[in-house]
Design a protein around this ligand. Structure first.
Ligand code: ADP
Ligand code: MG
Length: 751
């Protein structure tokens, strides 16, 4: 197909009416075949579909139409339609509950009659309950009232040549029903009636569906609790000039959607921060645990950043909004979690492939069972019941729930702990990690260095302030954390900044630029060495500060270093403990840095790393080659960085992990984002992904076991159709309960 990368649009739809994995697979196949569709991804558990299409060939409305024609409902999955969706879900739940009750009440007398018969009770009542017409009356509403949903769904699936499990249920129960009609009324053996089998199977499957529906709603709890954090309104402060010229402030409560960038907003204590912004006046402590998982409240004052969804605890704040609600950090997190929960893990391909060939295969097995049973036993009734049991036990429903429900719960638990996992594929990769490579600056350390020492060459032509002004001027063009430290240091010196020309960043080494036609360099002692620039007067400063774990930077002209400035970047409070925990769960830890070896060694020792776990003086591209080397040794490597100069390594690694405190680009492309930048969350993330993968494997195992072990038992008549129906309902429910148990997972140690 002609693919134009510029002509690509995404459509996210909420899909209703899906009952099992075949349904989602069917929508994918039918929509995916249409011209203009690049990708169709439908998730059963989240009831979401993601479609990537060429808007010149097809549009959203047409996609919805195709889905509806296939037998399902589709609604745009956005803010405006969410209410409609919830109402619709509630209506469906109510209807299912009602039909379930009716169906159970009608089946009950027949079950009682059957038990009484088996117990040898022969009162007139029991005889009455076994009359063909009584059973027909009780069964018919179930068979054709309740059961119609299966026939409809089955028919729709046959029409698009992707038979679903409904075909199995329909075939099985209809066979039992009509064979009983023949025996009861049309000259067969009236003592062989299977009405109650059909009624009970339908009731049980419905019960399974009902419980499944309820459990599935619980798997979405994480995203609902995130959405609940969003404030609905904000108090806007508008300034109006009265007729007498005085300025008054007017406070209006406005819907969150109407807040624009630059609005002045008032946030009372105890209230949610409505949009991302920064403090203009006031002081308070803010609870950011919902975004970062960080439990300690954070002090905020004028100039500090605020995030929507966090809670203002103690004081009133006036803030200015810096982002629209739809672009806020919280909205982006919700979006990410939403996408992750709707995504598929590669492991699910097994389940998808199996369920696509399952239904036709099972029908073939059922026919073979029917024929062989008849030949061996010589009784059509028994033969039919054997094949009905095969049809019912084989429903691949649990198979379809195995992966998506675990992914939903796993990514949800992650989000609640400030660990954002991009999608199922990322989760699967994260679970395989055995080596973690940590960037030093901003990952192990705070990434906010402070100047500790500043010295200039005494015999220079320029004054101390003039030299500092050149240094600060050059660094103000750089994004590097060291540059920021120098700029902050310069602010206290009221300098006149010189005009910088021909600025050039020397990535991983420093920078260069011209002031008044003279060329200057800023960078590490190593850069000075490489450029053969003399720094004799500072020779003593270098080892002295580097061995304290500080970074030494110099400013030089084309001949010699003129300024030396040293900076300390403190290690994050939890880094040492986090590294110990990672090692305790069997992960190799390596620290990479572009900084010099002496500084790296000191920091490394401080956080409990061995000399062979530290690699220093690396250029950004070298970081990627170190990762590559580790991979060549057979290691599965995760790279943790903040996106500053470590993007190539993040891309090279098997899993890229970004610090939420770092750059946006790193977060967009990372497999996992640790919102609060606390390395303790790395071990939690690994344990969570391992646990989730284990749940998926358990689920797949149980789903396969039910079907594959069940089929021969059913074929040999060792499994009554009623028990088969119960087992099937039970398998779906047990898979769901297994996934939900992830909610209680302890993420502190290897289990
Ligand atoms: P890290 O691995 O710590 O992120 P980088 O690769 O970003 O380190 O940088 C490596 C070294 O290059 C720094 O330790 C510093 O000596 C020098 N350097 C890089 N950028 C700058 C800058 N803007 N100003 C001064 N020195 C810099
Ligand atoms: Mg860095």
């Amino acid at each position: 197909m002609h693919q134009d990368p510029l002509n690509r649009e995404f459509s996210r739809l909420a899909i209703t009416g899906m009952t099992c994995a075949n349904c989602s697979g069917r929508i994918e196949r039918v929509v995916g075949k249409k011209p203009g569709i690049y990708r169709a991804n439908v998730n059963l558990a989240s009831k979401k579909g993601m479609f990537e299409y060429d808007p010149n060939l097809i549009d959203e409305a047409e996609i919805i139409q195709i889905i509806e024609k296939t037998g399902f409902g589709a609604i745009l999955d956005d803010e405006d339609h969410r209410g409609e969706l919830i109402l619709q879900e509630e209506r469906v739940a109510k209807r299912v509950r009602l039909t379930l009750i009716i169906s159970a009440l009608l089946s009950l007398p027949m079950v009682i009659g059957m038990i009484a018969m088996l117990a040898g009770v022969h009162t007139p009542w029991v005889e009455f309950l076994h009359r063909p017409w009584v059973q027909l009356l009780l069964t018919t509403p179930i068979q054709f009232g309740v059961g119609i949903r299966f026939y409809k769904a089955a028919w729709a699936s046959l029409k698009v040549k992707a038979p679903s499990m409904d075909v199995l249920v329909s075939l099985g129960t209809l066979a039992a029903f009509f064979y009983s009609v023949y025996n009861g009324f049309l000259g067969g053996d009236p003592t062989h009636l299977y009405f109650e089998s059909s009624a009970v199977i339908i009731t049980l499957i419905l019960l399974g569906k009902y419980m499944e529906e309820r459990a599935k709603n619980r798997t979405g709890a994480a995203i609902r609790s995130l959405m609940a954090l969003q404030a609905k309104t904000a108090i806007r402060i508008d300034e109006v000039t009265a007729e007498d010229g005085t300025i008054r402030e007017i406070f209006t409560e406005v819907p969150i959607g109407s807040v624009i960038v630059g609005d002045k907003l008032l946030v009372h204590p105890g209230k949610t921060i409505p949009v991302d912004g920064s403090v203009i006046s006031g002081n308070s402590t803010i609870d950011e645990s919902m975004l970062t998982g960080e439990s300690l409240p954070i002090d905020k004052g004028v100039g500090d950043e605020l995030f929507s969804g966090t809670i203002n605890q103690s004081g009133a704040l006036v803030m200015t909004s810096t982002k629209l609600d739809s672009e806020s950090t919280l909205s982006r997190i919700i979006e990410m979690v939403n996408d992750a929960q709707g995504s598929k893990a590669p492991i699910q391909k097994i389940a998808d492939q199996v369920s696509a060939i399952f239904v036709p295969a099972v029908i073939v097995i059922a026919i073979i069972t029917l024929l062989i049973s008849f030949v061996v036993i010589g009784d059509w009734g028994v033969a039919i019941m054997h094949s009905v049991a095969v049809l019912v036990i084989a429903c691949p429903c649990a198979l379809g729930l195995a992966t998506p429900t675990a992914i939903m719960v796993g990514t949800g638990v992650g989000a609640n702990n400030g660990i954002l996992i991009k999608n199922g594929e990322s989760l699967e990769r994260a679970a395989k990690i055995n080596t973690i490579v940590l960037d030093k600056t901003g990952t192990i350390t705070e990434g906010a260095p402070k100047v500790t020492h500043f010295e200039v060459r005494k015999d220079g032509l320029l004054s101390e302030d003039e030299l500092l002004a050149i240094l600060v001027g050059l660094e103000s063009h750089s994004e590097h954390p060291l540059a920021k430290a120098i700029v902050v240091f310069g602010e206290s010196h009221s300098l006149e900044k010189p005009k910088i020309e021909n600025f050039q960043a020397l990535v991983g080494a420093g920078l260069r630029g011209e002031v008044g036609g003279k060329r200057y360099f800023v960078g590490s002692p190593r850069l000075m060495d490489e450029m053969k620039l003399d720094y004799m007067p500072f020779k003593r400063v270098v080892p002295e500060h580097e061995s304290m774990g500080e970074t030494v930077v110099m400013l030089s002209d084309e001949h010699q270093a003129l300024v030396v400035i040293t900076m300390a970047d403190p290690v994050k409070a939890t880094s040492k403990e986090a590294i110990a925990t990672l090692k305790a769960i069997g992960i190799n830890v390596i620290m990479l840095t572009g900084d010099n070896a002496r500084t790296a060694a000191k920091i490394g020792v401080d956080v409990g790393l061995m000399p062979d776990e530290i690699v220093a003086e690396l250029k950004p591209e070298d970081k990627a080659s170190v990762v590559k080397e580790l991979q060549a040794q057979g290691k599965i490597v995760a790279m943790v960085g903040d996106g500053m100069n470590d993007a190539p390594a993040l891309a090279q690694a098997d899993a890229g992990i970004a610090m939420g405190t770092g750059t946006d680009i790193a977060m967009e492309s990372a497999d996992v984002t640790i919102m609060n930048g606390d390395l303790i969350n790395l071990s939690k993330m690994i344990l969570l992904s391992e646990l989730t993968m284990r749940k998926i494997k358990q689920n797949l195992f149980w789903a396969f076991i039910y079907n594959t072990v069940g089929i021969p038992f059913a074929a040999f008549g060792l499994l009554s159709p009623i028990i088969a129906g119960g087992a099937m309902a039970f398998s779906s429910v047990s898979v769901l309960i297994n996934s939900l148990s992830l909610n209680r997972a302890k993420l502190t140690k290897k289990s």
